[in-house]
Ligand binder design. Structure first.
Ligand code: FAD
Ligand code: SF4
Length: 501
């Protein structure tokens, strides 16, 4: 039997090749990487995402070659002909690869007619296996992040003192919502200059005649495990201290605040979730960092990241098509071009995404996704946009975050109420409203903030459905108190805005 190994672009774990071919020897085990042009035309991807993935693949392939693996690196139209050609040339009898995390990609591979058999190796890029998550879910009445997270803390012995949470509390979220009131000075993120390999990828991507999104340069992301580890260490040294406190805050021109910027690396496999968690916990013990920051970050990785992947695996294939509110509006054009909107919060965040492919959680959830939700954009249209635009976007993480959390299109499987908010929230958590042509206090009239009229329009359009979610009753009571004439003006202003965009 001759085994060949196919390494996918988001499976660049250092132990990958060895894992795939446990008993094989490097010199005799062919390994292949494929950049498929056809595949990258499925969506207008951010140019920096293409550069990041291809450059990380090329660096990883080079590392494996240097270790003695027999590596083939193909730049091709399609996966299948390249695979068959390589299979036949090397007389491979079994193709092995780690099971893709994304279902559409797994379905694509399963549709290939290859000239040898395929063996999928269970992925070990998440702490909970699909089976374990399912068992945990079967043992409960309803899915709850908080329960899952606590179970994870115990199971992996993270921030625990015997069977109790360190600090006697599981959750310090109340301390983690501080608005950016005083003059804040967030740390500078660690960026890198492109090396020769990355520069070559930038030139290649520029030469492709395909539809893309965003700016390709300056490209400052890391592309190797060593750089990813430097980003993590830089974060632990400079940002972790204040990570929790200002987790939700947004400031003009401050793209990254105290966030870690590790999602592109962890999602590619350059960092492993457990090593990241263990480093954070060690930093807590070594430097006595505030528990609200440390617990807040561990909750993101051990809680949210694992939970999202678990739900993605648990749900049926049609989860991505859910549309509880039956929203059918098209995505406003300015999502593709920030210069086309005069709403300052959206302009700032969209400009940042164009420049870097990055936005932090609250920019994604409470600005970009919130606006699409209250306007009534189709959840699938905004999901596709997120997938194209973000440097760390993959199907497994987009679908639960956008369809479930951001758009509430699953009717409450993932979240207990929709993340819908008016300008009030954005004004509290950012400085965007200060420099906006709209007034964050107005909900009707010429200068009315669109977040306001759409928010009330959203509540009134869906009040019957929202009533069924207990947590919306207080807000719906305020809607009831609203003057009916004002509500009519709000509804007509919302409709006019939709027709214009
Ligand atoms: P930090 O704030 O420093 O958090 C640390 C890490 O926690 C992240 O790197 C990530 O690995 C993990 N994490 C935190 N929240 C989540 C979450 N909800 N789901 C999964 N992992 C999480 N994350 C992606 O990795 N890719 C996406 O395409 C993506 N799209 C999103 C779309 C929407 C609408 C929303 C609401 C969230 C999305 N997220 C996505 C989750 C989260 O916003 C990003 O992981 C985070 O902003 C990445 O930046 P960071 O590394 O600086 O994160
Ligand atoms: Fe955004 Fe409205 Fe504030 Fe302008 S006033 S920045 S549109 S929330």
């Amino acid at each position: 039997m001759i085994i060949g190994i196919w390494i996918l672009g988001n499976q660049l774990h250092s132990e990958q090749a060895a894992l795939l071919s446990r008993k094989n020897n490097k010199q005799e085990t062919p390994v292949i990487f494929i950049e498929s042009h056809h595949y990258i035309q499925k969506k207008p991807y951010h140019q920096q995402k293409l550069v990041l993935v291809f450059s990380a693949m090329r660096h990883f392939a080079e590392e494996l070659s240097a270790q003695g693996w027999q590596v083939t690196y193909k730049i091709a139209q399609d996966f299948k002909p390249s695979l068959n050609d390589w299979i036949n040339r090397n007389q491979i009898t079994e193709l092995r690869l780690v099971t893709p995390y994304d279902r559409p990609f797994l379905n694509l591979i399963n549709s290939f007619k290859l000239d040898c058999k395929i063996k999928f190796i269970p992925n070990n890029h998440f702490l909970w296996s699909q089976e374990e998550f399912k068992q945990w879910n079967d043992s409960r009445k309803r899915l709850l992040l908080e329960d899952f997270y606590r179970e994870g803390r115990k199971r992996f012995n993270v921030l625990m003192e015997e069977d109790q949470p360190i600090g006697k509390k599981w959750n310090f979220d109340k301390q983690n919502r501080k608005p950016p009131k005083q003059n804040l000075n967030p740390p500078t993120p660690l960026w890198f200059e492109p090396d020769d390999i990355t520069q070559q990828v930038i030139d290649d991507v520029k030469s492709y005649k395909i539809k893309t999104y965003g700016k390709i340069e300056p490209f400052k992301w890391g592309v190797t495990r060593s750089q990813a580890l430097q980003v993590l260490d830089h974060f632990l040294e400079n940002n972790l201290n204040n990570f929790g406190t200002y987790q939700d805050a947004m400031i003009t021109g401050e793209y990254t605040m105290w966030h870690s910027l590790i999602s592109p690396y962890i999602n590619l496999g350059l960092l492993r979730p457990l090593e990241v968690i263990q480093k954070i916990e060690k930093a807590y013990h070594d430097f006595n960092y505030p528990l609200n920051s440390v617990e807040g970050l561990i909750r993101q990785i051990l809680g949210w990241r694992e939970y999202m992947y678990g739900i993605y695996q648990l749900m049926d294939d049609d989860y991505r098509d859910k549309n509880w509110f039956d929203h059918q509006e098209k995505l406003p054009e300015f999502y593709w071009d920030s210069s086309q909107t005069d709403m300052n919060c959206l302009k700032q965040v969209l400009q940042q995404v164009e420049e870097t492919g990055y936005g932090h959680h609250i920019q994604r959830l409470m600005v970009l996704s919130n606006f699409a939700l209250i306007v009534g954009v189709s959840p699938q249209a905004i999901n596709d946009w997120f997938h194209s635009a973000f440097i760390d976007g993959y199907d497994w993480v987009m679908v639960p975050n956008v369809i479930g959390m951001g758009q509430f299109a699953d009717g409450g499987i993932l979240a207990s109420k929709p993340y819908a908010a008016s300008a009030n929230y954005i004004n509290k958590m950012s400085d965007y409203c200060k420099n906006c042509v709209y007034k964050q206090t107005k909900r009707t009239g010429e200068k009315a903030c669109p977040f306001n009229f759409f928010y009330w329009d959203f509540l009134s359009r869906h009040q019957d459905k929202l009533k069924s979610l207990g947590r919306m009753n207080l807000i719906l009571a305020n809607l009831k108190k609203m003057d009916s004439e004002e509500l009519e003006i709000i509804q007509s202003q919302a409709q006019q805005w939709r027709e214009k965009h």
